[in-house]
Design a protein around this ligand. Structure first.
Ligand code: NI
Length: 175
C-alpha cells in the first residue's frame, strides 16, 4: 500500500468526469487500498479517485470518530438511488482545498448503491455526516467540488487563495 499525491484545486483534473469501474479486481482493490492509506495519512474522512489523478468512479470514506476505531468504506461506481427531502447544512472541507471550509446544504439522508471490494453489489443507508461525506465524494466523480455549491463570490475568493498557495509551494520547491 502506498500514499498517493493529492491534487490541489484549481486543477483541470478535478473538473473531469470519472469512468465507471468494469469489475472490482486486484488492480482496483490496490487503488482502493492506496486511496484509504492516502486519506488516513492526510487525516481526511473521504477521498475520490480524481483527487489522486485516477479518473475512475472509486471513493473511500471513514467517518468513525472514535479514537483508534476504523470503519472504512471502499466503493466503486457509487450511485445515489434515493435522497431525503429533508436537508442539512454542514461545514465541508476537502483534501483538495486545504484549509478552506464552507457550509453546504445537501439531502440529510441518502441510499447509495455501489460495488464493494469483492465486486458485490451493495446498498447503504446513510444519514448525518456519512450522507454528507458520500455525496461530497460522489460529486468529485462528476468533477464537482464543494465550492461549486456555494456563492460564486465565496468560491472565487477560495480559488484565488488556493492559486496563491500553489504558486508559493511551487516557488518553495524550486528555491
Ligand atoms: Ni473533497
Amino acid at each position: 500500500m502506498s500514499v498517493l499525491e493529492i491534487i490541489v484545486a484549481p486543477d483541470p483534473r478535478l473538473k473531469r468526469r470519472a469512468e465507471p469501474v468494469d469489475k472490482v479486481d486486484d488492480a482496483i482493490r490496490k487503488i482502493m487500498d492506496d486511496m484509504l492509506d492516502t486519506m488516513y495519512a492526510a487525516n481526511g474522512i473521504g477521498l475520490a479517485g480524481p483527487q489522486v489523478g485516477i479518473l475512475k468512479r472509486i471513493i473511500v470514506v471513514d467517518v468513525s470518530r472514535e479514537e483508534g476505531v476504523r470503519e472504512p468504506l471502499q466503493m466503486a461506481n457509487p450511485e445515489v438511488i434515493w435522497e431525503s427531502d429533508d436537508e442539512r447544512s454542514y461545514e465541508e472541507g476537502c483534501l483538495s482545498l486545504p484549509d478552506h471550509f464552507a457550509e453546504v446544504i445537501r439531502p440529510e439522508a441518502v441510499k447509495v448503491r455501489y460495488l464493494d471490494r469483492e465486486n458485490e453489489i451493495r446498498t447503504i443507508d446513510a444519514d448525518d455526516i456519512l450522507a454528507t461525506c458520500i455525496q461530497h465524494e460522489i460529486d468529485h466523480l462528476d468533477g464537482v467540488l464543494f465550492v461549486d455549491h456555494i456563492s460564486s463570490l465565496k468560491r472565487n475568493m477560495i480559488i484565488r487563495k488556493l492559486q496563491k498557495f500553489k504558486k508559493l509551494q511551487a516557488e518553495e520547491a524550486t528555491a
